[in-house]
Structure formats: structure tokens, C-alpha cells
Ligand binder design. Structure first.
Ligand code: ZN
Length: 154
């Protein structure tokens, strides 16, 4: 595994609509492992492939409550309820904000073994999935934040 360089701010790769992964190869598994290692090194709870400069539909998540995911081509198929999140982003360092997010989401994706998986998430985990899947569509949380403020530099 290797720690990758996290792209920030106005880097155009963060605005790309990412391409679907056609096959889960060893190369894809290596990228997922690198994403997870990079996320842990930066003390994040989620990371999307464009954040390390790869415009493909891949995300990793660890909500620090025992739920770890490495997902390819994730799609939200159902959402319900509403919550006001508190979010930051490794690609928008030094800021945090609040967004309106669904309270629960159901998604479908492919795992690192190439198997189709269905996931239901609520609360903080639902926020992370929404945030990371937005990255795959070139959307940053600050675009939809109802509050956005500078915090200490990180
Ligand atoms: Zn982010």
C-alpha cells in the first residue's frame, strides 16, 4: 500500500464526473487499499478516488464505529428523512460546514471482490456516503453547505 497525494481546492480533477469501473482488477484493489491508507494517514472518515487524482467511481469509508467499506460504482437507490450534518473534507482543508443530508440511504455497489452489495446506512454513516458519492459527480460539500466556515489550518 502507499499513501497518495490528496488533491485540494481548485484542482480540476475534483470537478470531473467520474467514470464507472468496468472490472475489479488487482489494479483497482491496489487503488482501494491506497485510498484507505491515505484516508487513515490524513485522519479522514471517507475518501473518493478523484481526491487522489483518479476520476473513477470508487470510494472508501470508515465511520470509526466498526464499519469499513471499499466500494466500486456506488449508487444511492433510496433516501429518507433529513438531517443537518457537520462536514469537512480532505480536499477543502481548513474549513467545515453543515449540509442538509438524508437521515437514511440505501445504496448498491460492487465490493473489492467484484460482488454486488446492498448497504443501508443512517446518521453519520449516511452523511459520509452522500459526501463521497457527491465527489464522484464533481460535487464538493461546500457547494451545498448551508453554513461554511474557516477553522484552524490542517
Ligand atoms: Zn470530501
Amino acid at each position: 500500500m502507499a499513501i497518495r497525494n490528496v488533491r485540494t481546492d481548485d484542482n480540476p480533477v475534483l470537478r470531473e464526473v467520474c467514470k464507472e469501473v468496468t472490472e475489479v482488477t488487482n489494479g483497482i484493489r491496489k487503488i482501494l487499499d491506497d485510498m484507505l491508507e491515505t484516508m487513515y494517514e490524513k485522519d479522514g472518515v471517507g475518501l473518493a478516488a478523484p481526491q487522489i487524482g483518479i476520476p473513477k467511481r470508487m470510494i472508501v469509508v470508515d465511520d470509526r464505529e466498526g464499519n469499513v467499506f471499499k466500494l466500486v460504482n456506488p449508487v444511492i437507490i433510496e433516501e429518507d428523512g433529513e438531517q443537518l450534518s457537520v462536514e469537512g473534507c480532505l480536499s477543502v482543508p481548513g474549513f467545515r460546514g453543515r449540509c442538509k443530508r438524508p437521515m437514511t440511504v440505501s445504496l448498491e455497489a460492487i465490493n473489492e471482490n467484484g460482488e454486488k452489495v446492498s448497504i443501508k446506512a443512517e446518521g453519520f454513516l449516511a452523511v459520509i456516503f452522500c459526501h463521497e458519492i457527491d465527489h464522484l459527480n464533481g460535487i464538493l460539500y461546500k457547494d451545498k453547505a448551508v453554513e461554511f466556515e474557516r477553522v484552524e489550518d490542517n
